[in-house]
Design a protein around this ligand. Structure first.
Ligand code: ADP
Ligand code: MG
Ligand code: MG
Length: 255
């Protein structure tokens, strides 16, 4: 049983006009095997939370703590965070020219485990995971993210998740840009990872649509850089019918 604990997290983003405070005291605890949906209007700071956990240099933590089983995540480098068991899809470069998907995955697995996976079982594992995500075997030989479609990027993200077996996965807008079939396949992948009961998932999304496939254990509504309300899956259903209006000042229009 592992625990990811975020306490009173304040984060500013670097802008041309100077640092701009975005997160204003986020509290969140995620345990192994739990799925937490982070929902909220555009601009409420959801991606900022994901980037901050990933250790993105543009996001400065000005107060608060993040710990994984008591270890100080904020003091860790990006690589150390991955080794500690945090999976953040966006921590990897957008495009890695000349590195095939297979080699990229093997390098990531080696870095995280501290030793290279046995080649024979690894090749089999990659193939099996790709089949489950209905990915063309040819995809394994392509260069990482070079010319990937939106859907391919998302499947590659879930492929990494299935193979790297992290303790905690932070998935930001995994549902964006997916058609219904791709959304179902990607959701099934997330559900397979969850079903082991060992991975904690932070599922960040603006829309409720992915939550029809992945039922969260907890829902947190993010407004203006902090959690404004929390509940169970019924809160997502309520947001589906009511939207975010009641959380916003009167007259605010959101996309
Ligand atoms: P969400 O993911 O909930 O839509 P974000 O975390 O992307 O929200 O953004 C939260 C707020 O921070 C927005 O007002 C956004 O404009 C601002 N912001 C985020 N990143 C930057 C940046 N790099 N430069 C300037 N403003 C930013
Ligand atoms: Mg946004
Ligand atoms: Mg976002």
């Amino acid at each position: 049983m592992a625990t990811l604990e975020i306490r009173d997290l304040h984060v500013s983003v670097e802008t041309k006009e100077g640092p701009k405070p975005i997160l204003r005291g986020v509290d969140l605890t995620v345990g192994s095997g739990e799925t937490h949906a982070i929902m909220g209007p555009n601009g409420s700071g959801k991606s900022t939370l994901a980037y901050s956990l990933a250790g993105h240099p543009k996001y400065e933590v000005t107060a608060g703590t993040v710990t994984l089983d008591g270890a100080d995540v904020l003091a860790m480098s990006v690589d150390e965070r991955a080794k500690a068991g945090l999976f953040l899809a966006m921590q990897y470069p957008v495009e890695v020219p000349g590195v095939s998907v297979t080699n990229f995955l093997r390098t990531a697995k080696t870095a995280i485990d501290g030793q290279a996976p046995a080649l024979r079982t690894w090749t089999k594992d990659v193939k099996a995971a790709m089949e489950l995500l209905r990915m063309d075997p040819e995809f394994a030989t392509r260069n990482v993210n070079e010319g990937f479609s939106g859907g391919e990027k998302k499947r590659h993200e879930i492929l990494q998740l299935e193979l790297l077996k992290p303790k905690f996965a932070i998935l930001d807008e995994t549902d964006s840009g997916l058609d219904v079939d791709a959304l179902r396949i990607v959701s099934e992948g997330v559900n397979r990872v969850r079903s082991g009961g060992e991975v904690g998932v932070l599922l960040i999304t603006h829309y409720t649509r992915i939550l029809r496939y992945i039922t969260p254990d907890f829902v947190h509504v993010f407004v203006d850089g902090k959690v404004a309300e929390q509940g169970g899956p019924e809160l997502a259903e309520r947001l589906e019918s009511e939207g975010y209006d009641r959380f916003l000042p009167t007259g605010t229009v959101t996309a």
